[in-house]
Design a binder for this molecule. Structure first.
Ligand code: BGC
Length: 801
């Protein structure tokens, strides 16, 4: 309680010297109380610490066991805990191919290790992405053969399910449903832990405002508020409140920090931004994951303001450890320590190692540097032994907290099949995450949902493609477990349907067009399944064009010319430019990569058994030149106001912030998504027209409440994501034109209404200044409540001195 109060107070008055001293003293007292038995012998050395981000990692019992173990470890065994290898020890191609200076920088490292031998010697603490079939053998080597019997910790990239693969994270963000996300994360943890995996390199919470960046697929999109909610949800699901339960998995918040701000959307590229922007738009999801108790954080590949994250003490120590109180393990990204040489901030392996460990990286993933370089660095005093000990402690604490010393092997037999209950959860997730982008009238009624008995022609390279429709990083699922769109439509029809592939995902050949046109002519409605392959997004999946790949748009145009209504299903791991596609299809469903239940979910929506409720977590551009594109942009001195930006600029509309050949607005904006019903919103009311700014006000959970009534004005029961946006004018720094500060999923029967209120407190109304301090100033606020980021019903209030 006391620490919470101090934290709030710090947030209010800022990180002044006086605050730091008070906080430090209180923390020392609390820590001494918490660790009373363990610290009895050495009270004087106890360092000041902020309250632990996850108290399970620092219990007195764990501390005693860590102390005892550490006292018995040799240097080699200690360094072993800090290195992580995959089964063959081979680092990525980027390091081995044509990078001779790396070889020279680290000549003592062959590019292979014998992981089994290291496990048996107690010289390796953790492993990544080991096949489930081999996990047991490695663990046995570590537990039975190594001198101190320290178990290995197995980590893996479980991104959207292990056996039961559910929609990609960007799609889940479209559900605006953190509770559902937690349940899915729980399911993934139950499945993977049964194979011995107790550490996920997930969630990726990097904010991504540039659709060219392929890793947009792994995150929650462009908004910090939504991103923070999703980060908490994953951590809750993976860790399940108790790390020690055998089916809990340690979460990793990655990639710290601002990896998604990569310039030009090009993978691994540099980032550069103001402190205010970093704290306001990029850090909140990481912090939210840490506050939720995430047991680990991964340092990112990219440089931020010139300093690679993996050697960045400001990020890893000042912010993560000192300001946020993070007590878990920092693991580097894959070969990221070695890559410090490529970044040009280290001339040799020793310096790269020194910079990484001194900055706060505990575990070296695949660089082969900590084990080879640290002995000499410690001998020469360049790296203090105490620092190494502290990193080892963190790794051991995590292993104790996970209960690995007591139960190194899974408690359950490996989950090796998809159960009906798990399938049902994956189905619900797919249904909730699909976004209806367009639904034009055909014969005076919206094309979707389709009427029973409609004769469908199913066309496209993704219609029956089990491999691609689950997306990248798709666990250990089997393709045979995936229900494709074709399989689901045939199951429903009780026999074959009209189907043609039309073209490949990436092809210039129109050989398949004629057969596709033929079945289109025989149908009432064409369902066209187009989009990206799984590998076109994900790591190293940056694209410079965001069109439908290959000749898919050509296929769409040819099919549309047949004259039958077209429902376009877009499979993608990111926003695409759908401007031409939207002119050639009457209805568009953005289905993302929906996972093993792709087909059933899509068919339920096509026929209206479910009404779409997904909302876009990233803006869909009208033109690629608009990227990076995000709704919560900053105002300019030359706003476009009501100029018609679809027209080339005339004399009155040239010298404003605009393009001369494209509008400023997204084709489909953040928060947008249609339904099979319609919703109306009442005027917005605020609880107070003005709020006094008093010293004790900031930090308050509730300063103003904004309320509106939403009504289902259509004929079907459906779910709406009610969204609350805020703008702050008159502050010392310019603030975004609006930013999301609340959302709620509301299910309403036809004619039903619900009053929805959003509580706006210090967190929602404050902003970060350029020292990283959260402040609230006497300013004017506008609050909107509606169904997307263009919501127009608003109310005003002010904060006054
Ligand atoms: C990715 C990480 C991933 C790691 C281990 C890296 O290339 O950036 O997100 O966790 O590999 O597979």
């Amino acid at each position: 309680m006391l620490i919470m109060a101090v934290r709030r107070w710090t947030a209010v008055v800022g990180d002044t010297e006086m605050t730091r001293q008070v906080v430090a003293r209180i923390k020392i007292i609390l820590l001494l109380v918490a660790l009373a038995p363990a610290t009895a012998q050495k009270p004087a050395q106890q360092p000041a610490k902020v309250s632990p981000s996850n108290p399970q990692l620092v219990s007195a019992e764990i501390e005693r066991r860590v102390d005892a173990l550490l006292a018995r470890m040799t240097l080699q065994e200690k360094l072993g805990q800090l290195v992580q290898y995959n089964a063959d020890g081979a680092p990525s191609a980027t390091v081995t191919t044509g990078q001779q200076h790396n070889l020279a920088a680290n000549p003592e490292v062959g590019y292979r290790i014998d992981a089994m031998q290291l496990a048996a010697n107690g010289e390796m603490g953790s492993m990544l992405n080991v096949s489930p079939a081999r996990i047991h053998a490695y663990q046995q080597a570590a537990v039975d053969k190594s001198r101190l019997h320290i178990p290995l910790l197995f980590g893996a990239d479980v991104i959207h399910g292990y056996r039961t693969v559910y929609p990609i994270p960007l799609a889940l963000a479209a559900s605006f449903d953190p509770d559902l996300t937690s349940s899915l994360a729980r399911m993934a943890a139950e499945e993977a832990s049964s194979a011995g995996i107790r550490w996920f390199y997930s969630p990726m919470v990097d904010i991504s405002r540039d659709a060219r960046w392929g890793r947009s697929v792994e995150g929650a999109g462009e908004d910090a508020f939504l991103g923070a909610a999703m980060a908490r949800a994953y951590v809750r699901g993976y860790q399940n409140d108790r790390l020690s339960q055998p089916d809990s998995v340690a979460a990793t918040i990655k990639h710290f920090a601002a990896y998604g701000a990569t310039e030009a959307g090009r993978e691994y590229n540099t980032t550069d931004m103001s402190t205010s922007r970093l704290f306001q738009d990029y850090l909140p999801p990481y912090q939210s994951g840490v506050d939720a108790g995430a047991a680990s954080v991964m340092s990112a590949f990219n440089a931020l303001n010139g300093v690679p994250s993996t050697a960045n003490p400001y990020l890893l120590d000042t912010i993560l450890r000192k300001q946020w109180g993070f007590d878990g393990v920092v693991v580097s990204d894959y070969t990221a320590i070695m890559e410090l040489i490529n970044h040009g901030i280290a001339l040799d392996a020793a310096t790269a190692t020194e910079k990484a460990i001194n900055a706060g990286v505990d575990v070296d993933m695949m660089s082969h540097f900590y084990d080879t370089q640290l002995p000499a660095l410690i001998r020469s005093g360049r790296v203090p032994m105490a620092e190494v000990d502290e990193a080892v402690r963190r790794v051991l604490r995590l292993k104790f907290a996970l209960g690995l010393f007591d139960h190194p092997y899974p408690a359950q037999p490996e989950v090796s099949a998809v159960t009906p209950e798990r399938r049902a959860l994956a189905l619900r997730a797919a249904e909730e995450s699909i976004v209806l982008l367009q639904n034009k009238l055909v014969s005076n009624t919206p094309l979707l949902p389709l009427k029973p008995g409609t004769k469908i022609a199913l066309i496209g390279p993704l219609a029956d493609n089990a491999r691609e429709m689950v997306g990248s990083s798709s666990g250990v699922h089997r393709d045979s477990e995936v229900v494709t769109v074709r399989a689901a439509l045939e199951a429903r029809a009780g026999g074959p349907i009209l189907y043609a592939q039309g073209t490949q995902i990436l092809s210039n050949s129109d050989d398949g067009f004629a057969a596709a046109e033929q079945i289109a002519r025989e149908s009432d409605v064409i369902v066209l399944a187009l989009g990206e392959s799984a590998a076109m997004s994900g790591e190293a999946g940056s694209r410079a064009e965001l069109d439908l790949p290959g000749n898919q748009l050509e296929l769409l145009k040819r099919i549309a010319a047949v004259g039958k209504p077209v429902v376009l299903l877009v499979f993608s791991g990111r926003p695409l430019v759908l401007t031409s596609a939207a002119q050639n299809a009457q209805a568009i469903l953005e289905v993302w990569f929906p996972g093993i239940e792709s087909g059933d979910a899509i068919v339920h929506l096509l026929y209206g058994e479910e009404s779409p409720s997904g909302k876009l977590p990233m803006s869909f551009p009208e033109s690629i030149g608009q990227e990076p594109l995000y709704y919560n942009q900053f105002p300019t001195g030359r706003p476009a106001n009501s100029a018609d930006l679809n027209e080339p600029p005339g004399p009155d509309s040239r010298f404003i912030s605009r393009y001369i050949d494209a509008p400023n607005a997204a084709l489909f904006p953040f928060g947008f998504g249609l339904s099979y019903t319609t919703f109306s919103y009442s005027a917005v009311a605020v609880s107070l027209p003005s709020v006094p700014l008093r010293a004790e006000r900031p930090g308050a959970a509730s300063l103003v409440t904004a309320t509106a009534t939403v009504t289902n004005t259509g004929t079907r029961t459906a779910t709406e994501v009610v969204q609350c946006y805020v703008r702050n004018r008159g502050a010392s720094l310019e603030q975004p034109v609006r930013s999301l500060q609340g959302f709620e999923r509301v299910t309403l029967a036809p004619g039903e209404s619900k009053q929805v209120s959003f509580t706006l407190g210090f967190n929602e109304l404050s902003f970060f200044d350029n020292t990283g301090k959260k402040v609230i100033e006497p300013t004017q606020y506008t609050v909107w409540i509606g169904g997307d980021s263009l919501a127009s019903n608003a109310a005003e209030f002010s904060i006054e001195r």
